[in-house]
Ligand binder design. Structure first.
Ligand code: PMV
Length: 322
């Protein structure tokens, strides 16, 4: 194939990935678990080209040198596997606000991995595609399978993502700031590992929470899933804030959302908050409660347009003309 187009959706972790065991292979220090969303897809087309080097168009503009370098590094890996040296033209459209802590890198690299593998003729199953996407951005591994996915820690062969059984869940996305985050998750992870005194405690704590989360998913226990989600998110922000110099992703507006969510629980509405490497907050709830959660976020925390998401599909190829 000389051209292929793929669509992938972002995922939000219920048990977070924060810290690498191997930076080159993008192996995580611990396993993690997420829900892929059915909103904010990324659509990426990879076309083998006769040009001298790779090109990248991102949301209708030419990419920066830094963005292009990251994509070229990833394509080099694909080309090495495929035994092909030809450059490619990559065109990618993100509908999630880029860099706002809503995992645009996850949908981006999941779509790129899926399209590039097809373009360069690699015949990969979901497991190997998730290992490949992992090399672009760790969390992208979890956007390859659909729904609720676990990303295993382990060596290169064992660190892949797969769907796990889970009860019906919904997420309500509270965007408090759609701007670029001040420090990338890649850089912040490095600093956390090097300087946060809490990092050594984060690893076993997260591994233990992941085991409990897998059991709660299997049991269909939404309350336990929610409790573990909120606690793991706050622990991640604590370990990040313990870095030197400190990194703070949560803002006063984020805290207002956490307060509103605690208020919902006090009034019998089951909702649990989480946040990735940015100020935006995502609220986990049951699908039948999502509209009430969204309305309360607007009334109590001033969130203009909360977005309701259900579990989304894994990454897939589409006809380029679609
Ligand atoms: O995939 P990366 O390298 O952008 O890291 C993502 C890290 C978090 O989003 C904060 C947590 C997670 O598990 O998705």
């Amino acid at each position: 194939m000389t051209s292929a187009t793929a669509i992938a959706h972002p995922n939000i972790a219920l048990i977070k990935y924060w810290g690498k065991a191997d930076e080159t292979l993008s192996l995580p220090a611990t396993g993690s678990l997420s829900m892929t969303l059915d909103v904010f897809p990324t659509r990426t087309t990879v076309t083998v080209d006769d040009t001298a080097r790779d090109t990248l168009q991102l949301n209708g503009r030419a990419a920066t040198e830094g963005e292009l370098a990251r994509v070229t590094k990833f394509l080099d890996l694909v080309r090495e596997l495929a035994g092909d040296t030809r450059p490619a033209a990559v065109v990618s459209e993100n509908t999630v606000p880029t860099g706002a802590g809503l995992a645009s890198s996850a949908s981006g690299f999941a779509a790129l991995a899926t399209a590039a593998a097809a373009t360069y003729g690699l015949d990969l199953d979901t497991r190997d595609l998730s290992r490949l996407a992992r090399r672009g951005s760790g969390s992208a591994s979890r956007s390859i399978p659909g729904g609720v996915a676990i990303w295993h820690a382990g060596d290169d062969a064992a660190s892949f993502s797969e769907t796990v059984a889970a009860p019906p869940l919904a997420m309500v996305i509270a965007t408090v700031d759609a701007g670029e985050k001040p420090i990338s998750s890649r850089e912040a992870m490095r600093r956390t590992i090097a300087t946060s005194p809490f990092f050594p405690a984060w690893i076993p704590s997260t591994a233990a929470s992941l085991e409990l989360m897998v059991a709660a998913c299997a049991a269909g226990d939404v309350t336990r899933i929610g409790e573990l989600t909120e606690s793991n998110a706050l622990r991640m922000h604590a370990v990040i804030q313990g870095s030197e110099p400190p990194i703070r992703y949560l803002t006063a507006a984020s805290t207002r959302v956490f307060d509103a969510v605690a208020g919902m629980r006090a009034h019998g509405l089951e909702a649990y908050a989480t946040a990735d490497a940015g100020p935006n907050v995502v609220v986990l709830t049951r699908p039948e409660d999502a509209a009430a959660v969204a309305a309360t976020l607007t009334a109590e925390a001033g969130i203009a347009e909360p977005v309701i998401a259900l579990p989304g599909p894994g990454a897939y190829l589409v006809d380029g003309s679609e």
